[in-house]
Design a protein around this ligand. Structure first.
Ligand SMILES: [Zn+2]
Length: 162
C-alpha cells in the first residue's frame, strides 16, 4: 500500500504498510541427497510468517475497520489451504521413491508430495506459490502476499518476497 507523503500530495513510494500472521505446524521430511544427518527421516516444528499488504479498511461499523485483513481470516485461509494438509504430515520429494513406497505402505498416512527436495528454501517457495493465489486481491482491496518466511529451526529460515 502506498502511504501519502507527509509534505506533498503524492504517494510516497518508499512507505509500505504490512501485517504479518505467525502460524506453526509440525512436519516430517528428509533431504535424500544430503551427506549428513538431514538424509534421515526426522521432523521440525515449522514457524510460518505470512506478510500481507493492502488497503486499510476505513468503514465505520465494519468488523475489520482499520485493518488490512482480520488476523483471524489470515489464519483461517492459511489453515484451509495449507496448514491443515501439512501439519503432522510427512513432506516428501516426488523422486524420493524409497520413502514414498514406505509411506504408501501405511494405510491413511498423511503425506504431502512436492516437486522438489523439501529443504526450507524449497518449502518456502511452495508455500508462497500456494498462498499467493489465496490472498492476492481478495475482497478487491489490493491485498497481496508480499513475503513468506519459513523457520525450520529457531536459527534457520528462508524468506521469499513477492
Ligand atoms: Zn530437517
Amino acid at each position: 500500500m502506498q502511504v501519502p507523503c507527509a509534505t506533498c500530495t503524492y504517494p510516497n513510494p518508499y512507505s509500505m504498510l504490512t501485517i504479518t500472521r505467525k502460524l506453526e505446524f509440525d512436519a516430517g521430511h528428509r533431504i535424500p541427497d544430503h551427506n549428513s544427518q538431514c538424509r534421515n527421516l526426522h521432523g521440525h516444528r515449522y514457524t510460518l510468517l505470512i506478510t500481507l499488504t493492502g488497503d486499510v479498511v476505513q468503514q465505520d461499523g465494519q468488523s475489520d475497520n482499520g485493518m488490512i485483513m482480520d488476523f483471524g481470516d489470515i489464519k483461517a485461509l492459511a489453515n484451509e489451504h495449507l496448514v491443515n494438509m501439512w501439519d503432522h504430515a510427512f513432506i516428501v520429494y516426488k523422486n524420493d521413491t524409497a520413502v514414498r513406497a514406505f509411506l504408501d505402505s501405511m494405510p491413511n498416512h498423511k503425506t504431502v508430495v512436492i516437486d522438489r527436495v523439501p529443504t526450507v528454501e524449497n518449502m518456502a517457495q511452495v508455500v508462497f506459490d500456494i498462498l499467493k493465489g489465496v490472498y492476492n486481491d481478495r475482497f478487491g482491496r489490493h491485498l497481496a502476499l508480499t513475503k513468506v518466511t519459513l523457520y525450520e529451526t529457531p536459527n534457520c529460515w528462508a524468506e521469499i518476497d513477492g
